[in-house]
Design a protein around this ligand. Structure first.
Ligand code: COA
Length: 192
């Protein structure tokens, strides 16, 4: 069990940090999902050099990179980043996440992100997480709503994705909200 590196486990999925050995698996998933990901995340550079700089990002205290894995097989079913962490009076971060063509629509992201929220508001001592989502990205909007995020506002021309500056809805969740939700979801046995 130690070798998995899992930080937290839920009933079906577990969360661990992304690592160099994940390159082949993540590249295969991303290539098979290129069309699904391009519209919402932009075209991806799947080169080894791009993966190296992706990993380097997580050497900074301002970024955290995780993968969501199936507990049974260890197969990666999703990726989650906490970006632009600001400490001090804010204790905030910006959430990025993706599933893949073969892994979407099974509830893995909902459960995996619940675990990431526990990490963020527990071990990482954050207080607020923000997610910026294009208005047409129905799956992503449903996902954050299920997780207890609140819609805070609408940002015009927020991010350059797939050839244009895209408007985004801004959603956020705070530690207090998660603690309230956790009262009805017992993850106590999921900790390693
Ligand atoms: C956004 C994204 C992560 C959402 O992922 P997802 O697969 O919908 O999320 P989940 O894994 O939690 O699956 C939830 C869906 O599985 C369904 N489901 C099927 N079996 C299930 C089960 N056993 N348990 C729970 N849910 C299940 C749910 O009903 C839900 O479907 P619905 O959204 O139609 O109601 C995914 O669509 C994606 O990666 N998109 C491309 C990248 C992207 O947009 N990233 C976010 C940018 S803001």
């Amino acid at each position: 069990m130690e070798s998995t590196g899992y930080l937290l486990q839920g009933p079906r999925v577990a969360v661990r940090r992304v690592r160099r050995q994940d390159y082949d698996e993540l590249t295969e998933l991303a290539q098979a999902s290129a069309e699904m990901l391009r519209r919402w995340l932009g075209a991806r550079d799947n080169s080894p050099a791009a993966f190296e700089s992706y990993l380097e990002r997580f050497e900074q205290p301002t970024h955290e990179g995780f993968v969501i894995c199936l507990r049974g097989t260890g197969a990666i079913v999703g990726g989650v980043n906490i970006n632009n962490v600001v400490r001090g009076a804010l204790q905030s971060g910006s959430l990025g996440y993706t599933a893949y063509a073969s892994t979407t629509g099974h509830g893995y992201m909902t459960q995996g992100l619940q675990l990431v929220l526990q990490l963020a508001f527990g071990q990482l001592e954050l207080h607020r997480l923000e997610a910026n989502i294009q208005p047409g990205n129905t799956s992503s909007l449903k996902l954050v709503e299920r997780l207890g995020f609140r819609r805070e506002g609408y940002s015009l021309a927020f991010q350059y994705i797939d050839g244009a500056w895209r408007d985004h809805e801004r959603w956020a969740i705070t530690a207090e909200t998660v603690r309230t939700a956790a009262q009805s979801t017992d993850f106590s046995e999921s900790r390693i």
